[in-house]
Design a protein around this ligand. Structure first.
Ligand SMILES: Cc1cc2nc3c(=O)[nH]c(=O)nc-3n(C[C@H](O)[C@H](O)[C@H](O)COP(=O)(O)OP(=O)(O)OC[C@H]3O[C@@H](n4cnc5c(N)ncnc54)[C@H](O)[C@@H]3O)c2cc1C
Length: 342
């Protein structure tokens, strides 16, 4: 049993979770990451083609590239990684460790826990409510823009009226052959200036319209669009369909809240800026934490992670230093540095 008890288990493998795992390794803690998705990287997977400018210490970087680098860094000290597993509860049945229960029925055991589940818990894009739509997913029906090149010279339909849908229509307009955007309401809800840009970019806008059918062979070829005022349906050929209908959020972890964590709006952990919660041994970092001055940026997630790990470390070993030695002078990197430097 004792070999199954981790020093720290990080729940969530986004920027906060990956940096927590890295820093826990630096502090020589036996570490596990559990994430409900099939891959590490967190919410950043929602915008892999977007450029990120405000991380600090790096020039603009595509979000997809940042994911790759964050995963590589998070796995530096080889934490155990458990994917496709949603944490549903944390219990304290004895003095020594927490029992973490999951959607798969597996239990995990840990002396401390860092919660890094993001602002909305498990986030999934709202899918088209059309029976056969899944047949074209990962082909030419997209819920996130996977890569820009595939849209060169294509006729594209974007459905959704929000900031994100309009943003993509504008961003893709220089390379696409033709872009149509449809929205079920009267007016697109994005910023006025971005909607004006759509018109300048030659994007055709259809309001009060919804996608009611998709069809094709191996790939989607035709889209049925219905005007929700008149009920009139028409069918159009498109090369690519991008669906931007927002996200469903589900936070199973806090539903029962057996530990009695202090929460805000059932989604956020109320904690100190040090990551310390009202439950000894449970820490939080990243978008899921709430304290005065909290910065909901990737840069903020990194600082939260360092605090949470340092406090998890002294929780399980009160004699340990509160802070680790800076990485440039930290013996933990000695052999790795030798490989890098020479
Ligand atoms: C469109 C968009 C653009 C953005 N642009 C920027 C930007 O330019 N710069 C910037 O700094 N920030 C940006 N952000 C914000 C940034 O993405 C977040 O601040 C960051 O992802 C937060 O990291 P996190 O690790 O706290 O949470 P997340 O990235 O949300 O990761 C949480 C992880 O926890 C997992 N999880 C949730 N619940 C459970 C559970 N019960 N069990 C197991 N796993 C669970 C999820 O699957 C997910 O992988 C943007 C966000 C969006 C949506």
């Amino acid at each position: 049993m004792s070999q199954n008890i981790y020093d720290v288990t990080v729940i969530g493998g986004g920027p906060a979770g990956l940096f927590s795992a890295f820093y826990a390794g630096l502090r020589e803690m036996k570490t596990k990451i559990i994430d409900g998705q099939e891959k590490l990287g967190g919410k950043v997977h929602l915008y892999p083609q977007k450029m990120i400018w405000d991380i600090g210490g790096t020039e603009p970087i595509a979000a997809g590239q940042l994911i790759e680098k964050s995963i590589a860094q998070g796995l530096t000290f080889e934490p155990d990684v458990v994917l496709n597993t949603i944490v549903t509860n944390i219990q304290k049945d004895n003095d020594d460790y927490f029992t973490i229960t999951t959607s798969t029925g597996e239990e995990h055991y840990s002396k401390s826990v860092i919660i890094t589940i993001g602002g909305g818990g498990m986030i999934k894009p709202v899918k088209l409510n059309i029976d056969n739509a899944h047949l074209f997913e990962n082909k030419n029906l997209h819920y996130a823009v996977p890569d820009i090149e595939r849209f060169i010279d294509k006729k594209i339909l974007i459905t959704g009226g929000s900031y994100s849908a309009v943003d993509w229509a504008n961003d893709l307009s220089p390379i696409a052959r033709e872009i149509h955007i449809i929205y079920r309401g009267d007016d697109l809800t994005a910023h006025e200036a971005d909607v004006s840009r759509l018109k300048k970019n030659g994007v055709e806008i259809m309001t009060q319209s919804v996608v009611t059918g998709v069809s094709g062979g191996d790939r989607m070829e035709l889209v049925e669009i219905t005007n929700n005022q008149t009920g009139e349906a028409s069918t159009h050929a498109y090369d690519e369909l991008i669906v931007n209908h927002g996200y469903d959020q589900e936070n199973l972890l806090f539903r029962e809240n057996k530990l009695g964590l202090n929460l805000e709006n059932d989604f956020f952990v109320k904690a100190a800026p040090t990551g310390i919660t009202n439950v000894p041994g449970i820490f939080a970092a990243g978008d899921c934490i709430r304290y005065t001055g909290k910065v909901n940026l990737i840069a903020g997630a990194y600082a939260d992670a360092v605090n949470a790990v340092n406090n998890a470390k002294t929780h399980i070993d009160p004699k340990a230093d509160q802070f680790a030695m800076v990485s440039s002078h930290n013996q933990r990197f000695k052999s790795k540095n030798q490989k890098l430097m020479y």
